[in-house]
Design a protein around this ligand. Structure first.
Ligand SMILES: [Zn+2]
Length: 271
């Protein structure tokens, strides 16, 4: 029994070896090929490997703020010829600022013969014409108001009811959006709605809320944004900022404000 078992085992081992050795060689060769292929594939992957290392060692957030300019120092909001010049309770216009290109828009007016900066006046005419084609007849109720005009207006309110009362209904001289020559108060056919929040319910008010951006105007003081703009909801006050910029603010969402969109501080007066 033992004699028979031994040769049987050796034969088995030989057969296994005869089969296993070439199989092993093929396997080793295959591993070499796979390893080379894998290396070839991994090679380009290895180059990005150091990126996590650098991301950890050098803080990546640092370069991000660098290309993002500080909006409070961005000349677009402060140069007097810019259509994005900002006037709010945190940003006073340069002393005695008066636009050099004021023009009379050829539109229906109420209360006065108002002016706007040339490009805004042309855009206003275009907007009034487009509205008229849809049976909406707009009226311009205010436009450029100089610093002196605003001073007389504001001082009158102060005399009437004190500074906080005046601040609640009027801008201090130098802080008014109207002094930019790019702001206009718009009205409809029924003067009873002039400069009232109910203007939003009129045909003219609805048309403006929906379409003004197409002509470069934004509703400067939207509903529910008093803390941001510093002003109560004024569905009649529109501000020209160019068509391209008005489109961006329109696309950014309902009731988007100038302050939020550009990252400009707003709200109430500092003191
Ligand atoms: Zn206004």
């Amino acid at each position: 029994m033992a004699k028979k078992k031994i040769p049987k085992r050796t034969i088995r081992y030989d057969r296994i070896a005869m089969l296993a050795i070439p199989a092993l060689l093929i396997l080793i060769a295959a591993i070499f090929v796979i390893a080379r292929l894998a290396d070839g594939k991994k090679a380009p992957e290895r180059t990005p490997e150091p990126t996590p290392e650098t991301a950890v060692s050098t803080p990546t957030p640092e370069p991000t703020p660098e290309p993002t300019p500080d909006p409070e120092r961005d000349p677009r909001f402060f140069e007097t010829d810019s259509y994005l010049i900002v006037a709010n309770k945190k940003h006073k216009l340069p002393e005695g600022y008066e636009p050099s290109d004021l023009a009379y828009p050829e539109v229906n007016m109420r209360y006065n013969n108002w002016t706007l900066r040339m490009e805004a006046a042309v855009a206003l005419e275009e907007m009034f014409a487009a509205a008229a084609e849809e049976g909406v007849n707009l009226v311009m109720g205010s436009g450029y108001r100089g610093e002196e005009f605003q001073r007389v207006l504001y001082d009158g309110y102060v005399a009437e009811g004190g500074q906080s009362y005046a601040d609640s209904i009027s801008s201090r001289p130098g802080y008014s959006d109207h002094q930019t020559g790019l702001a206009t108060d718009l009205c409809g056919q029924d003067a009873a709605y002039d400069l009232t929040q109910d203007f939003e319910m009129t045909q003219e008010g609805k048309w403006l809320a929906e379409n003004a951006y197409k002509y470069g105007f934004i509703m400067r003081y939207p509903k529910g944004k008093e803390a941001i703009t510093g002003y109560a909801y004024e569905p009649w006050h529109f501000r020209y900022i160019t068509k391209a910029e008005a489109q961006k603010i329109h696309d950014a969402g309902e009731n988007m404000t100038f302050e939020e969109f550009y990252g400009i501080s707003g709200g109430d007066y500092a003191n």
